[in-house]
Design a protein around this ligand. Structure first.
Ligand SMILES: C[S@@+](CC[C@H](N)C(=O)[O-])C[C@H]1O[C@@H](n2cnc3c(N)ncnc32)[C@H](O)[C@@H]1O
Length: 248
């Protein structure tokens, strides 16, 4: 039974991996300076750090990332796999910006596929241990992965979805609204450090980071709209191929 993704667990992970995280934060700050205006980072600091910490704790063999853009989240994930000394990341994006931006020393543990993930599901390993989704933020795309991708994966794996809680509630018809309704239907909790949705989590982690001397921002946005959950058993089944035209 994996540890619940909650404030207590994440706080413990911040304490356990504090020194490694401080080093990675320095690397990511330098990476940001180095790439300058050519890089548009999306993940905010808390959600990038939580992703790093969960990967350090779970030491997955195989991670899948959908939506890399310029590779900001990719670099955070690869730092975790590099620090674990094991694991491989499979990333998918319709643009090919990420390979030009991900630091070279991290790419041994990375396979990038340029194209629409919906037509490349055969490249998603059946034994995926961790899934990060930050791609199209509409309901159509959410319905595609909820009905055609997630059921093919192993129950209990950690999943993250970005851009759910920019506000206290997900806007109607968005990816976030569809995923939240699906989580409710599967009686599955989620964790978020979103400033708008869970200000107490956001504040508690900000306070903890102050105590741990991890205060200087890497990326300046503070919204942290990502959610994290474990894939519910009731949502999984044998892998089936989904025609891409069903999933706009
Ligand atoms: C918000 S950006 C990702 C940001 C990145 N995770 C970061 O932290 O900087 C969303 C990306 O998803 C990609 N995308 C959208 N729909 C996709 C699809 N069907 N298959 C693959 N990539 C997709 C877009 O090209 C875009 O680069």
């Amino acid at each position: 039974m994996p540890a619940a993704i909650d404030l207590a667990h994440i706080s413990e992970l911040y304490r356990t991996h504090r020194d490694d995280l401080a080093r990675v934060r320095e690397h990511m700050r330098a990476h940001r300076r180095h790439t300058g205006h050519t890089m548009t980072p999306r993940l905010d600091d808390l959600e990038a750090e939580i992703t790093y910490l969960l990967l350090r704790h779970n030491t997955p063999a195989t991670v899948v990332e959908i939506g890399t853009a310029h590779g900001w989240s990719t670099a955070w994930i690869l730092h975790a796999l590099h620090d674990n000394g094991t694991g491989h990341l499979h990333s998918f994006d319709t643009t090919d910006h990420a390979p030009q931006h991900v630091p070279h020393h991290l790419t041994d543990q990375w396979t990038f596929t340029h194209g629409d993930v919906r037509t490349h599901t055969h490249l998603i390993p059946a034994r995926t241990d961790h899934l990060c989704i930050d791609a199209a933020h509409n309901g159509w795309f959410a319905r595609w992965y909820l009905h055609h991708l997630l059921p093919t994966l192993a129950p209990g794996i950690p999943v993250s979805v970005h851009d759910v809680f920019h506000q206290r509630r997900a806007l109607p018809f968005t990816e976030g609204a569809v995923v939240l309704a699906w989580l409710t239907a599967h009686t599955t909790n989620f964790f978020t450090a979103s400033a708008a949705r869970a200000p107490h989590h956001h504040q508690a982690l900000t306070d903890l980071k102050k105590q741990l001397h991890l205060t200087e921002p890497v990326h300046t946005s503070h919204r942290n709209p990502m959610i994290y959950f474990h894939l519910p058993h009731s949502a999984t089944r044998a892998r089936t191929a989904a025609p891409a035209h069903h999933a706009r």
